[in-house]
Write a protein that binds this ligand. Structure first.
Ligand SMILES: NC(=O)c1ccc[n+]([C@@H]2O[C@H](COP(=O)([O-])OP(=O)(O)OC[C@H]3O[C@@H](n4cnc5c(N)ncnc54)[C@H](OP(=O)(O)O)[C@@H]3O)[C@@H](O)[C@H]2O)c1
Length: 254
Protein backbone atom coordinates (compact mmCIF):
# COMPACT_ATOMS: atom_id res chain seq x y z
CA UNK A 1 0.00 0.00 0.00
CA UNK A 2 1.22 3.52 -0.81
CA UNK A 3 2.40 5.21 2.38
CA UNK A 4 1.89 8.96 2.02
CA UNK A 5 3.62 9.48 5.39
CA UNK A 6 6.79 7.78 4.15
CA UNK A 7 10.04 9.46 5.29
CA UNK A 8 12.35 6.48 4.66
CA UNK A 9 15.89 7.53 3.65
CA UNK A 10 15.02 11.20 4.05
CA UNK A 11 17.33 13.28 6.19
CA UNK A 12 16.18 15.55 9.03
CA UNK A 13 17.89 17.74 11.58
CA UNK A 14 16.17 17.78 14.97
CA UNK A 15 17.01 20.31 17.68
CA UNK A 16 16.00 19.49 21.25
CA UNK A 17 16.60 15.81 20.50
CA UNK A 18 18.05 15.24 23.97
CA UNK A 19 14.70 15.37 25.77
CA UNK A 20 10.89 15.27 25.69
CA UNK A 21 9.17 15.81 22.35
CA UNK A 22 12.43 16.01 20.34
CA UNK A 23 13.60 12.68 21.76
CA UNK A 24 10.26 11.01 21.06
CA UNK A 25 10.26 12.42 17.51
CA UNK A 26 13.81 11.13 16.95
CA UNK A 27 12.70 7.62 17.93
CA UNK A 28 9.63 7.81 15.65
CA UNK A 29 11.52 9.10 12.59
CA UNK A 30 14.32 6.59 13.13
CA UNK A 31 11.78 3.76 13.29
CA UNK A 32 10.30 5.12 10.04
CA UNK A 33 13.69 4.80 8.34
CA UNK A 34 14.76 8.46 8.24
CA UNK A 35 18.37 9.54 8.56
CA UNK A 36 18.86 11.96 11.43
CA UNK A 37 21.19 14.70 12.57
CA UNK A 38 20.32 15.13 16.24
CA UNK A 39 21.30 18.00 18.45
CA UNK A 40 20.69 19.19 22.00
CA UNK A 41 22.64 20.94 24.72
CA UNK A 42 23.63 17.92 26.80
CA UNK A 43 25.80 15.26 25.13
CA UNK A 44 24.90 12.80 27.91
CA UNK A 45 21.19 13.16 27.19
CA UNK A 46 21.81 12.99 23.43
CA UNK A 47 23.66 9.71 24.01
CA UNK A 48 20.62 8.43 25.93
CA UNK A 49 18.42 9.32 22.94
CA UNK A 50 20.86 7.55 20.61
CA UNK A 51 20.76 4.44 22.81
CA UNK A 52 16.97 4.36 22.42
CA UNK A 53 17.09 4.26 18.60
CA UNK A 54 16.38 1.06 16.70
CA UNK A 55 18.66 1.89 13.75
CA UNK A 56 21.58 3.55 15.53
CA UNK A 57 23.72 3.84 12.39
CA UNK A 58 21.10 6.12 10.85
CA UNK A 59 21.58 8.89 13.40
CA UNK A 60 24.45 11.23 14.22
CA UNK A 61 24.50 13.28 17.40
CA UNK A 62 26.29 16.53 18.14
CA UNK A 63 25.72 18.85 21.09
CA UNK A 64 25.40 22.61 20.62
CA UNK A 65 24.18 25.47 22.76
CA UNK A 66 21.80 27.42 20.54
CA UNK A 67 21.79 30.43 22.86
CA UNK A 68 25.04 31.36 21.12
CA UNK A 69 23.15 32.63 18.08
CA UNK A 70 26.13 34.25 16.34
CA UNK A 71 27.66 30.85 15.65
CA UNK A 72 24.58 28.94 14.50
CA UNK A 73 25.12 29.42 10.77
CA UNK A 74 28.69 28.08 10.75
CA UNK A 75 27.87 25.32 13.20
CA UNK A 76 24.82 23.95 11.36
CA UNK A 77 26.34 24.19 7.88
CA UNK A 78 29.44 22.41 9.13
CA UNK A 79 27.34 19.73 10.87
CA UNK A 80 25.48 19.02 7.60
CA UNK A 81 28.50 19.19 5.29
CA UNK A 82 30.88 17.06 7.31
CA UNK A 83 28.40 14.19 7.18
CA UNK A 84 27.70 14.71 3.45
CA UNK A 85 24.06 15.21 4.31
CA UNK A 86 21.40 17.04 2.33
CA UNK A 87 18.37 17.83 4.46
CA UNK A 88 14.74 17.14 3.64
CA UNK A 89 13.90 19.50 6.45
CA UNK A 90 14.33 20.16 10.14
CA UNK A 91 12.28 20.34 13.31
CA UNK A 92 13.13 23.04 15.83
CA UNK A 93 12.04 21.38 19.09
CA UNK A 94 14.59 23.11 21.30
CA UNK A 95 12.82 25.47 23.64
CA UNK A 96 12.81 26.92 27.12
CA UNK A 97 10.01 28.18 29.33
CA UNK A 98 9.79 30.83 32.01
CA UNK A 99 6.67 31.12 34.17
CA UNK A 100 6.62 34.66 35.62
CA UNK A 101 3.83 37.20 35.99
CA UNK A 102 4.14 40.70 34.54
CA UNK A 103 4.96 42.20 37.95
CA UNK A 104 8.28 40.37 38.21
CA UNK A 105 9.28 39.73 34.63
CA UNK A 106 12.65 41.20 33.60
CA UNK A 107 14.05 42.25 30.22
CA UNK A 108 16.59 39.43 30.46
CA UNK A 109 13.76 36.88 30.66
CA UNK A 110 12.49 38.05 27.26
CA UNK A 111 15.96 38.03 25.73
CA UNK A 112 16.81 34.54 27.04
CA UNK A 113 13.59 32.95 25.88
CA UNK A 114 13.44 34.65 22.47
CA UNK A 115 17.02 33.63 21.81
CA UNK A 116 16.23 29.89 21.83
CA UNK A 117 12.55 29.69 20.97
CA UNK A 118 12.54 32.20 18.10
CA UNK A 119 15.88 33.62 17.01
CA UNK A 120 17.87 30.36 17.00
CA UNK A 121 15.10 28.71 14.98
CA UNK A 122 14.99 31.48 12.39
CA UNK A 123 18.78 31.51 12.19
CA UNK A 124 18.69 27.78 11.45
CA UNK A 125 16.12 28.35 8.72
CA UNK A 126 18.17 31.15 7.20
CA UNK A 127 21.24 28.92 7.23
CA UNK A 128 19.79 25.77 5.67
CA UNK A 129 17.02 27.05 3.35
CA UNK A 130 19.52 26.86 0.55
CA UNK A 131 19.87 24.18 -2.17
CA UNK A 132 23.37 23.40 -0.91
CA UNK A 133 21.95 22.22 2.43
CA UNK A 134 18.34 21.15 1.81
CA UNK A 135 16.49 19.66 -1.14
CA UNK A 136 13.65 21.31 -3.04
CA UNK A 137 10.40 20.42 -1.27
CA UNK A 138 11.97 20.39 2.19
CA UNK A 139 9.68 20.86 5.19
CA UNK A 140 10.71 22.99 8.17
CA UNK A 141 8.70 22.64 11.37
CA UNK A 142 8.89 24.85 14.46
CA UNK A 143 7.40 23.70 17.74
CA UNK A 144 5.33 26.62 18.99
CA UNK A 145 2.62 26.28 21.67
CA UNK A 146 -1.02 27.06 22.36
CA UNK A 147 0.50 29.62 24.73
CA UNK A 148 1.32 31.54 21.53
CA UNK A 149 -2.38 31.68 20.67
CA UNK A 150 -4.08 32.08 24.05
CA UNK A 151 -3.10 34.09 27.12
CA UNK A 152 -2.50 32.38 30.47
CA UNK A 153 -1.25 34.06 33.67
CA UNK A 154 2.52 33.75 34.02
CA UNK A 155 3.11 32.97 30.35
CA UNK A 156 4.07 36.47 29.20
CA UNK A 157 7.57 35.75 27.83
CA UNK A 158 6.92 32.18 26.74
CA UNK A 159 3.66 33.09 24.99
CA UNK A 160 5.30 36.03 23.25
CA UNK A 161 8.12 33.82 21.92
CA UNK A 162 5.68 31.20 20.64
CA UNK A 163 3.34 33.80 19.09
CA UNK A 164 6.35 35.27 17.31
CA UNK A 165 7.08 31.84 15.81
CA UNK A 166 3.49 31.49 14.61
CA UNK A 167 3.73 34.77 12.74
CA UNK A 168 7.31 34.30 11.52
CA UNK A 169 6.51 31.07 9.68
CA UNK A 170 3.86 32.90 7.65
CA UNK A 171 6.39 35.34 6.24
CA UNK A 172 9.09 32.70 5.84
CA UNK A 173 6.65 30.40 4.03
CA UNK A 174 5.80 33.14 1.52
CA UNK A 175 9.43 33.98 0.91
CA UNK A 176 10.53 30.34 0.53
CA UNK A 177 7.60 28.94 -1.49
CA UNK A 178 9.39 29.73 -4.76
CA UNK A 179 11.92 27.00 -3.81
CA UNK A 180 9.04 24.69 -2.80
CA UNK A 181 10.22 24.87 0.79
CA UNK A 182 7.39 24.55 3.34
CA UNK A 183 7.45 26.20 6.76
CA UNK A 184 4.91 25.46 9.52
CA UNK A 185 4.46 25.40 13.28
CA UNK A 186 2.89 22.89 15.63
CA UNK A 187 1.10 24.33 18.66
CA UNK A 188 0.92 21.68 21.38
CA UNK A 189 -1.03 21.94 24.60
CA UNK A 190 0.32 20.55 27.87
CA UNK A 191 2.57 17.52 27.42
CA UNK A 192 4.38 16.02 30.40
CA UNK A 193 8.08 16.59 29.71
CA UNK A 194 10.93 18.19 31.72
CA UNK A 195 9.99 21.66 30.40
CA UNK A 196 7.09 21.63 32.86
CA UNK A 197 9.65 22.06 35.66
CA UNK A 198 9.02 25.75 34.95
CA UNK A 199 5.73 25.22 36.81
CA UNK A 200 7.50 23.99 39.93
CA UNK A 201 6.53 27.08 41.93
CA UNK A 202 2.83 26.24 41.53
CA UNK A 203 0.76 24.35 44.12
CA UNK A 204 -0.60 20.90 43.29
CA UNK A 205 -4.19 22.25 43.03
CA UNK A 206 -3.04 24.99 40.63
CA UNK A 207 -1.45 22.35 38.38
CA UNK A 208 -4.61 20.23 38.58
CA UNK A 209 -6.63 23.29 37.54
CA UNK A 210 -4.43 23.77 34.44
CA UNK A 211 -4.64 20.08 33.55
CA UNK A 212 -8.44 20.30 33.88
CA UNK A 213 -8.56 22.75 30.97
CA UNK A 214 -7.73 19.99 28.47
CA UNK A 215 -10.94 18.19 27.42
CA UNK A 216 -8.99 15.11 26.24
CA UNK A 217 -6.56 15.33 29.16
CA UNK A 218 -2.89 16.27 28.89
CA UNK A 219 -0.88 14.92 25.96
CA UNK A 220 1.98 12.52 25.40
CA UNK A 221 5.10 13.46 23.39
CA UNK A 222 3.97 10.98 20.71
CA UNK A 223 0.76 12.99 20.16
CA UNK A 224 2.95 15.86 19.00
CA UNK A 225 5.50 13.72 17.13
CA UNK A 226 2.78 12.06 15.05
CA UNK A 227 1.54 15.46 13.86
CA UNK A 228 5.11 16.54 13.08
CA UNK A 229 5.60 13.39 10.99
CA UNK A 230 2.54 14.46 8.98
CA UNK A 231 4.04 17.92 8.41
CA UNK A 232 7.37 16.45 7.31
CA UNK A 233 5.82 13.96 4.91
CA UNK A 234 4.35 14.45 1.44
CA UNK A 235 0.88 14.01 2.97
CA UNK A 236 1.12 17.72 3.82
CA UNK A 237 2.72 18.86 0.54
CA UNK A 238 0.16 21.67 0.07
CA UNK A 239 0.40 22.98 3.64
CA UNK A 240 2.66 25.91 4.40
CA UNK A 241 2.68 29.04 6.55
CA UNK A 242 0.24 27.64 9.08
CA UNK A 243 -0.08 26.26 12.59
CA UNK A 244 -1.34 22.79 13.44
CA UNK A 245 -2.92 22.83 16.90
CA UNK A 246 -2.43 19.61 18.90
CA UNK A 247 -3.95 20.38 22.29
CA UNK A 248 -6.61 17.86 23.33
CA UNK A 249 -9.32 20.46 22.68
CA UNK A 250 -7.89 23.14 25.01
CA UNK A 251 -8.28 25.98 22.49
CA UNK A 252 -11.64 24.81 21.11
CA UNK A 253 -13.66 26.65 23.72
CA UNK A 254 -11.56 29.83 23.85
N1 LIG B 1 5.82 20.02 27.02
C1 LIG B 1 4.87 20.89 26.78
O1 LIG B 1 3.84 20.97 27.51
C2 LIG B 1 4.96 21.78 25.60
C3 LIG B 1 3.81 22.45 25.17
C4 LIG B 1 3.88 23.30 24.08
C5 LIG B 1 5.08 23.47 23.43
N2 LIG B 1 6.19 22.82 23.86
C6 LIG B 1 7.44 23.05 23.14
O2 LIG B 1 7.95 21.82 22.70
C7 LIG B 1 9.37 21.95 22.52
C8 LIG B 1 10.05 20.76 23.18
O3 LIG B 1 9.84 20.88 24.59
P1 LIG B 1 9.74 19.63 25.55
O4 LIG B 1 8.42 19.65 26.15
O5 LIG B 1 10.22 18.40 24.85
O6 LIG B 1 10.79 20.09 26.68
P2 LIG B 1 12.18 19.50 27.18
O7 LIG B 1 12.02 18.06 27.45
O8 LIG B 1 12.60 20.40 28.29
O9 LIG B 1 13.14 19.70 25.92
C9 LIG B 1 13.67 20.95 25.58
C10 LIG B 1 14.83 20.71 24.64
O10 LIG B 1 15.38 21.99 24.28
C11 LIG B 1 16.79 21.90 24.39
N3 LIG B 1 17.39 23.20 24.68
C12 LIG B 1 17.03 24.06 25.66
N4 LIG B 1 17.88 25.11 25.66
C13 LIG B 1 18.77 24.90 24.68
C14 LIG B 1 19.92 25.60 24.21
N5 LIG B 1 20.34 26.74 24.77
N6 LIG B 1 20.62 25.09 23.16
C15 LIG B 1 20.23 23.92 22.60
N7 LIG B 1 19.17 23.20 23.01
C16 LIG B 1 18.46 23.68 24.04
C17 LIG B 1 17.03 20.93 25.55
O11 LIG B 1 18.35 20.45 25.51
P3 LIG B 1 19.04 19.79 26.84
O12 LIG B 1 17.98 18.92 27.47
O13 LIG B 1 20.16 19.00 26.26
O14 LIG B 1 19.44 20.91 27.71
C18 LIG B 1 15.95 19.90 25.25
O15 LIG B 1 16.42 18.96 24.32
C19 LIG B 1 9.74 23.30 23.12
O16 LIG B 1 9.91 24.24 22.10
C20 LIG B 1 8.54 23.65 23.98
O17 LIG B 1 8.40 25.04 24.14
C21 LIG B 1 6.17 21.97 24.92
Amino acid sequence: MLNIFDVKDRCYLITGASSGIGRNLSILLNEAGAKLLLTGRSIEKLNETHDMLKYKDNAIIESADLSDVKNIKDWVRNFISKHNALLNGFVHCAGVSIVKPLAVVEQKDFVDILQINLIAGMELLKSVANPKYSVRGSSFVFVSSVAGLIGEPGMLCYGASKAALINSVKTAALELARYKYRVNTIAPGMVKTPILNAYKGLEEDQIKAIEGKFPLGTGEPSDVSNAILFLLSDASRWITGTTVIVDGGYSAGK
